[in-house]
Design a protein around this ligand. Structure first.
Ligand SMILES: NC(=O)c1ccc[n+]([C@@H]2O[C@H](COP(=O)([O-])OP(=O)(O)OC[C@H]3O[C@@H](n4cnc5c(N)ncnc54)[C@H](OP(=O)(O)O)[C@@H]3O)[C@@H](O)[C@H]2O)c1
Length: 293
């Protein structure tokens, strides 16, 4: 049995669908089971669960061999569902429960930037949970992917351009970023689930492209056959909102910190990879255009 936390999200849904296509047994978790109707129709068992409340975990984890953790509390920004309550405390509840239940292997989705001294709090929490998982004694694979094309190129850029012809940009738009398809991340996790090289190791993965937001927009414009009207929210204004919102609304503050973290200083050109995923930004945008027409 495979259990997926974050099964309604981009990566978690791909993991669940991939496993179901292979005839594997899947339990999928969401705070709102209605979001998992399509996975239910494909044979998944649906569980209502919230990482902030451990009461459901022991029962649900019984007889689970593989636990995939693909949730996070960064978006949508919320006062209570935050990176502290979900990614930090919630993941620790889950790892403790998995250990009690005798789960064989945990596959944890981290981020490229995970480091104890990372400038971004989200990446420091990811690192902390990586270490917590390693110390748990349960077999693990930590996967550190780069930015998801489906989220940061399609949802944030291509969808508004297709719908309205306009898009609002934030962060440093000319800084190169490493990109990967969430579908490729799911394939990598599922294909390698029994690969002994994956056991108790950390894998840094990305796709073939290192492109700035501006370069991604050029690809989208070319494939959609239309020019986009671009507007910018100044970084200085967003930094001020990030600092002012911290005590009142930590969710907004954390999300702005993540959005503003792509700076020239943090450019990711030199990251050493354990695997290069096949799909380029253009491949994924092209497929999305075909699928939505
Ligand atoms: N997006 C990226 O570019 C990127 C890059 C590298 C790594 N990652 C990592 O990849 C993983 C998946 O990201 P994604 O972008 O695919 O996610 P996503 O589409 O934004 O979905 C977020 C998921 O988290 C779940 N979640 C949020 N709060 C929860 C809570 N309190 N309890 C249980 N589940 C909760 C949501 O489930 P419900 O709302 O249904 O409960 C949803 O399924 C995350 O760990 C993320 O940090 C993402």
């Amino acid at each position: 049995m495979h259990l997926i936390i974050g099964a309604s999200g981009r990566l978690g849904r791909y993991i669940a669908e991939n496993l179901l296509q292979r005839g594997e047994q899947v339990k999928a978790v969401s705070r709102d089971p209605e979001k998992l109707a399509s996975l239910k129709s494909k044979g998944a068992k649906i569980v209502q669960g919230d990482l902030r409340d451990p009461s459901w975990m022991d029962g649900t984890l019984r007889n689970v061999q593989y636990l995939f953790i693909a949730a996070h509390g960064l978006v949508p920004p919320s006062r209570r569902n935050t990176i502290d309550t979900v990614d930090d405390t919630g993941n620790r509840y889950l790892i403790d429960a998995a250990k009690r239940a005798g789960v064989q292997h945990i596959i944890f989705t981290s981020v490229h930037q995970a480091h104890p001294n990372a400038p971004m709090k989200f990446a420091r929490i990811k690192y902390k949970i990586e270490e917590y998982l390693k110390a748990s004694g349960v077999d693990y694979t930590i996967v550190r992917p780069s930015a998801f094309i489906e989220t940061h190129a399609i949802f944030r850029l291509a969808e508004p351009i297709q719908r309205t012809g306009k898009v609002t940009l934030i962060g440093d738009v000319t800084t190169p970023v490493m990109w990967i398809s969430a579908a490729d991340v799911a394939d990598y996790m599922v294909d390698n689930i029994e690969n002994p090289e994956m056991k108790n190791s950390t894998k840094v993965i990305s796709g073939p492209d290192i492109l700035s937001q501006v370069q991604v927009i050029e690809i989208i414009e070319q494939l959609l056959g239309k020019k986009a009207k671009l507007s910018r929210i100044p970084n200085g204004f967003l930094h001020a909102v990030r600092i002012l919102s911290r005590p009142l609304h930590p969710g907004i503050s954390n999300l702005l910190e993540a959005a503003l973290m792509t700076t020239k200083k943090n450019g990711q050109q030199s990251m050493q990879l354990d695997w290069t995923a096949p799909a380029s930004v253009a491949d994924v945008v092209y497929k999305w255009i075909v699928d939505t027409n």
